[in-house]
Design a protein around this ligand. Structure first.
Ligand code: NAI
Length: 331
């Protein structure tokens, strides 16, 4: 029995993500919560003949509590997306309090759930959730994930295109580490598997495209939001990975995700390589029954990539601190 809850389920990401989670046969209960329209989305999706029972919840009458109670996995795409000209950090003022309040609900009603944060700015919203769970005494760093899978998916697609190969998912596995905004997104093209030969101009161009791929979508949508469909694909893929590992369906699940380095899973080595003080970073992890089982080293990097990591670390410190101090100042 696996209960999955989507918070923000009626949104641009929430709807297709809920649809994709309905196709995951490990899930037996699918709870869809939003401040608007979730009963309609739930009624629609519930007609699909896969195992999970779908229910929609709204805020009145303890909707958040009902949606969260008993949840094994909570996926959060709630909040506002970017418009042209905005950075992810510009979303902080609105999304920080939305994510904080959802985290309060998780602490009370689903303290053992795996929590997957999609809401931007991920670099700051993950520390917000962590700080709330810490305040409530239920924080387990191995169960909290910032979803950066879209960066990995984009890297694979863009490199396949540049190499003139079919863009089938995961043909090219490229580590993407760091954070989830602009220069904090660090693709390690030198570790591409299978190897690709790229000249420096192409590496520059691909790196920039992976870092700012989200802007292509924001621009093309022209005011109607940011990536939703590719994000739903990436979010469902990452949720499936977490569930496959937790259920024992798959024995060695390898993913990239933005996590607390200060966990028993071995993040301290990565933190010390990054200069010692950084608490969150997107890293290669092995997932297991209890979430992050092992945090792996970043691996060999070219000089160019070392430079990218330095820039990412410089930006990330402030993003993390912003999230942490937001919760410290909240009553
Ligand atoms: P959207 O505006 O289409 O949907 C957001 C949904 O959240 C809406 O249905 C809204 O009613 C709901 N919502 C607002 N406040 C809520 C609350 N307190 N509780 C529950 N639901 C609430 O936005 P979209 O496009 O789905 O994006 C959602 C978030 O995901 C944005 O912050 C966006 O920046 C982020 N995002 C993250 C990506 C990543 O790679 N991690 C990629 C793309 C977007």
């Amino acid at each position: 029995m696996v209960k999955a809850t989507v918070i923000g389920a009626a949104g641009g990401i929430g709807q297709p993500l809920s649809l994709l989670l309905k196709q995951n046969t490990l899930i037996t209960d699918l709870a869809l919560y939003d401040v608007v329209n979730s009963p309609g989305v739930a009624a629609d999706i519930s007609h699909i003949n896969t195992p999970s029972v779908v229910k929609g919840y709204l805020p009145p009458d303890g909707g958040l509590e009902k949606a969260l109670t008993g949840a094994d996995i909570v996926v959060i795409p709630a909040g506002v997306p970017r418009k042209p000209g905005m950075t992810r950090d510009d979303l902080f003022n609105i999304n920080a309090s939305i994510v904080r309040d959802i985290a309060v609900g998780i602490a009370a009603h689903a303290p053992k759930a795996f929590v997957l944060v999609i809401s931007n700015p991920v670099n700051s919203t993950v520390p917000i959730v962590a700080e709330v769970l810490k305040k409530k005494g239920v924080y387990d760093p191995k169960r909290l994930f910032g979803v950066t899978t879209l960066d990995v998916v984009r890297a694979s697609t863009f490199v396949a295109e540049a190499a003139g190969q079919p863009t089938e998912s995961l043909k090219f596995r490229i580590p993407v580490v760091g954070g989830h905004s602009g220069v904090t997104i660090v693709p390690l093209l030198s570790q591409c598997d299978p190897k690709v030969q790229l000249d420096q101009a192409t590496i520059d161009q691909l790196t920039n495209r992976i870092q700012f791929g989200g802007d292509e979508v924001v621009k093309a949508k022209d005011g109607a939001g940011s990536a939703t469909l590719s994000m739903a694909f990436a979010g469902a893929r990452f949720a499936a990975a977490v569930l496959d590992a937790a259920s024992g369906k798959a024995s060695s699940v390898h993913e990239y995700t933005y996590v607390d380095l200060d966990s028993e899973a071995g993040g301290k080595d990565v933190a010390s390589k990054l200069g010692g003080n950084l608490q969150y970073f997107s890293v290669p992890v092995t997932l297991g029954k209890n979430g992050v089982e092992k945090i792996h080293p970043l691996g060999g990097m070219s000089e160019y990539e070392e430079g990218l990591v330095k820039k990412a670390v410089a930006d990330l410190g402030g993003n993390i601190e912003k999230g942490q101090s937001f919760v410290a100042k909240s009553s």
